[in-house]
Design a protein around this ligand. Structure first.
Ligand code: SF4
Length: 530
C-alpha cells in the first residue's frame, strides 16, 4: 500500500464507470493454493474476479506473484488457465524494463504509464468475451500492451536469443506509452492505511523521470523525458493532503529540480503539514531551501554521492562533486538536521579496491565537516552509510555488463565496513550480495528464468536450494558480459532510446567522461524527444 503507482492504478480503475477495483495481498503465512485469497473490500474470492492486476516494482517480488496465483487457486502458467479463470495482467517498472522472466505466468503486460493505456484496454475488454480474440485485439490496437503468448522466441546453440518474433502481422516491437502532459492527471495517495510505511503521509507525485542521466539508474532512462508538474497543480494536491493527513511526502526522482519546491514546502507548512522528501540532490540545495527544511521538522536527510571517487562519479555520470557533498552536509547540519544518510554503490563497472578506499576517505572527510558544523548546534547526530550492490539494469548504458561476483561484492563491502568500523557516530548498513545475484538473475533473465521461479516457489522461496538443483545455469544471465549485437531479452520494448546512444554512453563511462543532463526541447541526444 506504500506504492504510489499501485494507488494511482487503483484510483484510475475505480474512476472508470463500469469497473470496480479491489485490493488483495498475499497472506503472511505459507501459500497453500487453496483458493482462499480474498479481496479486502468485499471479501470476494480472487479467482472470481474478471481480471487480476499486479503492480510490480521490484524483481524480488516475482515470487509474490506466484504466491498470489497459488493462493487464489489458479494455475501458475498462462497456457494452463482457461475460462472462467481471470485474466492476469501486470505493470510497474519491472514490466518496463524486462517482463520476460515472468512472461509465462502473465496474460498481458501494460508497458508504460497506466493513465493513457487503461481506458483503451477496457474499451477492448468490453468488446470481447473470448480470451484469445481479446488478447490479439489488444496487441493490435492498444499501444503499450504486450501479450507474451503472441511472441515466439528461439535460441542459438550457445543459449543466446536467435529470434524474438510476433505471430502474424502483430507489431515486432512494443512501444511503451507515457503521459505527455502530467497536468491532465493528479497522482496522490488514494487510500491511507494504518500500519504501513506511510500511515499518516499523503504522497504527492511531483514529477516523472529525471534529467540527470545517471548511467546506473534504470528509472532515469525508462521514464524519459523528465516531466514536471506545475505549482498550481501541486498546490491543489497539497490542499487535498491537508484534508486527510498530518504529513505530505513529495515524490520524484528529481525533486530538487522542480522550480517551485520552496513555494510548495511553504504552502505545506502553512497548512500545518510536516513534509518529507523522496530524495534530494546534493548540488541543488540552496540556503533558502535549508531554512524551509528546518521548519519541516526533518530529522534525517539522505544524499547520494553513489561513488567515493571523482573518477567513479564521472563513470556513472553522477554530476556532483566532493565539494557539492561537503557543502550539502554543512548546510544540512547547520540547519539543525542531525542525521545524514549517505548512499553508495559497490560493484560499479570499472571499480577497484581503490574506489572502496575512496568511499572510506570521503566518509571520513564528511564526518570531519559534520562535526565542525554540529558544534554551534551542540547536537551531534549520526551519519548512516548505506552500501548497495550495483545490479546492471536493462535500458541503461550498463545493460551489457555482468554483475560483479558475489565474492568480490562481499570483499568490497567488508573493506568499507572495516575502514569505518572505528569511526564514532558512523553506522554502515549494506545489502546482501546474494540478493543482488537473485535480482540480477530476475532483471536480466529471459523466459527460461521462469522455470527457476517455479522451482523457487515450490521450494518456499529457498533460492540456495533452487539454484543448486537447477538445470538452467543462472550464471549465464548474471555473470556473462553481453555483446552489443546480441538480441537482449528486453530488446522488443521500444522506449524511444536508441541503442547507439546507450553504446556511446557506455563507452564514455569506460573513459570516465560525463554527458550533459536533459534539455527538453533543445536536445535530441537519446532519441526520446526526437
Ligand atoms: S532527447 Fe535529450 S532531453 Fe529528451 S530525454 Fe533524451 S537526453 Fe533527455
Amino acid at each position: 500500500m506504500s506504492n504510489l503507482g499501485f494507488q494511482a492504478v487503483y484510483r484510475l480503475m475505480n474512476d472508470l464507470e463500469d469497473v470496480v477495483c479491489e485490493r488483495a495481498f498475499p497472506s503472511e503465512r505459507e501459500g497453500t493454493g487453496n483458493g482462499r485469497l480474498r479481496s479486502l473490500e468485499s471479501n470476494r474470492a480472487l479467482a472470481d474476479f474478471d481480471i487480476i492486476a499486479f503492480s510490480i516494482s521490484f524483481e524480488n517480488d516475482y515470487l509474490n506473484l506466484l504466491a498470489v496465483l497459488a493462493e487464489a487457486g489458479l494455475p501458475l502458467l498462462s497456457s494452463e488457465r482457461t475460462p472462467p479463470h481471470p485474466l492476469i495482467i501486470a505493470g510497474g517498472v519491472t514490466s518496463l524494463l524486462n517482463p520476460e522472466p515472468i512472461a509465462p505466468f502473465v496474460d498481458c503486460f501494460l508497458i508504460g504509464e497506466a493513465e493513457p493505456i487503461l481506458p483503451s484496454f477496457f474499451d477492448i475488454f468490453r468488446k470481447h468475451s473470448q480470451k484469445e480474440a481479446f488478447l490479439e485485439a489488444l496487441t493490435t490496437y492498444v499501444p503499450g500492451t504486450y501479450v507474451p503468448a503472441l511472441y515466439h522466441v528461439t535460441y542459438e546453440t550457445d543459449g543466446t536469443i536467435a529470434q524474438f518474433l510476433p505471430k502474424g502481422d502483430l507489431p515486432v516491437k512494443v512501444r511503451r506509452v507515457i503521459v505527455e502532459d502530467l497536468s491532465l492527471y493528479d497522482t496522490y495517495t488514494t487510500v491511507l492505511t494504518p500500519h504501513t510505511t506511510f500511515d499518516n503521509t499523503w504522497l504527492v507525485e511531483v514529477a516523472r523521470g529525471c534529467p540527470h542521466g545517471c548511467r546506473f539508474c534504470a528509472a532515469g532512462y525508462v521514464y524519459r523525458p523528465p516531466r514536471f508538474r506545475t505549482a498550481a497543480q501541486l498546490g491543489d494536491s497539497l490542499d487535498e493532503a491537508a484534508l486527510h493527513a498530518g504529513r505530505v511526502g513529495l515524490v520524484a526522482a528529481a525533486l530538487t529540480d522542480i522550480s517551485c519546491l520552496e513555494e510548495l514546502c511553504l504552502k505545506a507548512i502553512a497548512h500545518g503539514l510536516r513534509v518529507s522528501f523522496s530524495s534530494l540532490r546534493a548540488d541543488l540545495l540552496s540556503p533558502e531551501f535549508m531554512e524551509i527544511l528546518k521548519r519541516t521538522g526533518a530529522k534525517t536527510v539522505a544524499i547520494a554521492p553513489d561513488a567515493g571517487s571523482e573518477r567513479m562519479r564521472r563513470v556513472i555520470n553522477k554530476g556532483i562533486s566532493e565539494q557539492d557533498v561537503f557543502k550539502a552536509v554543512e548546510m544540512l547540519v547547520g540547519a539543525g538536521i542531525p542525521n545524514i544518510k549517505l548512499y553508495f554503490m559497490v560493484g560499479l563497472p570499472g571499480e577497484t579496491m581503490a574506489d572502496m578506499e575512496a568511499i572510506v576517505a570521503l566518509c571520513n572527510k564528511i564526518k570531519h565537516r559534520f562535526l565542525k558544523a554540529s558544534r554551534p548546534t551542540a547536537r551531534l547526530g549520526r551519519i548512516i552509510v548505506s552500501l548497495s550492490c550495483f545490479v546492471p539494469k536493462p535500458f541503461t548504458p550498463f545493460q551489457w555488463v555482468p554483475l560483479e561476483s558475489v565474492k568480490d561484492l562481499k570483499a568490497k563491502i567488508k573493506h568499507v565496513k572495516d575502514g569505518l568500523r572505528r569511526v564514532p557516530n558512523v553506522r554502515v548498513h549494506s545489502d546482501l550480495p546474494r540478493w543482488a545475484y537473485i535480482q540480477a538473475l530476475l532483471s536480466r533473465g529471459d523466459r527460461r528464468t521462469a522455470e527457476l521461479l517455479v522451482a523457487a516457489h515450490k521450494n518456499n522461496g529457498n533460492w540456495a536450494k533452487t539454484l543448486k538443483g537447477s538445470i538452467i545455469n543462472p550464471d549465464f544471465f548474471v555473470y556473462r558480459e553481453r555483446s552489443f549485437d546480441e538480441i537482449l531479452p528486453w530488446d522488443f520494448i521500444d522506449h524511444g532510446i536508441s541503442k547507439a546512444f546507450l553504446i556511446e554512453e557506455y563507452q564514455k563511462a569506460l573513459r570516465a567522461e560525463t554527458s550533459p543532463p536533459c534539455h527538453v526541447g533543445q536536445c535530441k541526444a537519446c532519441g526520446v524527444c526526437a
